[in-house]
Design a protein. Structure first.
Length: 239
């Protein structure tokens, strides 16, 4: 398992990044080759093509597409980790898509023991909503409902005592999205949770802190990361 130091260019915080490992169809563990010494780049605009990287299995030589390594800094920046390029000619499409990423450890401070969370690799906007639903169930929310068609309220998920919005666009989630979620939650007398693929603007993060709305960032491995205090508290205490 490869590891390298990463400095966030936004807040200058140092991180020890460990590259995710995926199982090749041949069974061998496979990881994107990180480029040491190259700076991490903040993601301000997402494209689906840029979010995937070609990785070659050193055991069988097969080349597949896997999520580009990313790191979510506590300051709110989402960073793309540099990867050594691999020639894309002759890539063999995966037979059934990448396997699930390694499980997220159960929080030590959780109110009740939880089984390990198994992420769902995100390839589409619908996958992002499905991942958020899985994560809410893992946190302990009951009767999580995912409508087939997104309602005009922009609420993607409902559960007992909760509404959630999933922003799967390629731009950082804005202040307006936070306030709209808060109003929907207030009208229904429930809590609100927000998930985003591209992170949050500074104004959105500040407003969410004031309104006590948990914010999570989703990476393409389907691993939700808390980016503010209310999100940390939700993970620790559950519903």
């Amino acid at each position: 398992m490869e590891s390298l130091p990463v400095r966030c260019p936004a807040c200058r915080r140092e991180h020890a990044y460990v590259t995710p490992v995926y199982p090749c169809p041949c069974g061998a563990p496979t990881a994107p080759p990180l480029m040491r010494g190259a700076p991490a780049v903040p993601i301000t605009h997402r494209t689906w093509n840029d979010d995937w990287v070609s990785v070659r299995c050193h055991s069988c030589g097969r080349r597949d597409q896997w999520p580009h390594p990313e790191l979510c800094c506590p300051c709110g920046a989402v960073l793309r980790i540099a990867v050594r390029p691999v020639a894309t000619r002759g890539i063999t499409p995966p037979a059934a898509g990448p396997a699930a990423a390694p499980p997220i450890p159960v929080p030590r401070t959780a109110a009740h023991p939880r089984p390990s969370f198994r992420p769902l690799v995100i390839r589409t906007a619908r996958d992002a909503v499905s991942t958020a639903a899985l994560y809410l169930r893992w946190l302990g929310y009951r009767d999580v409902v995912q409508p087939e068609v997104r309602p005009s309220s922009r609420i993607d998920l409902r559960a007992a005592g909760l509404v959630a919005q999933v922003d799967a666009t390629t731009r950082p989630t804005a202040l307006r999205d936070v306030e709209c979620l808060w109003l929907n939650a207030l009208n229904a007398s429930v809590a609100g949770v927000l998930f985003s693929l591209a992170g949050y603007t500074d104004e959105a993060r500040s407003r969410a802190d004031g309104l006590v709305i948990p914010l999570f960032v989703l990476d393409l491995t389907g691993t939700p990361q808390p980016v503010n205090g209310p999100a940390d508290e939700l993970i620790s205490g559950g519903p």
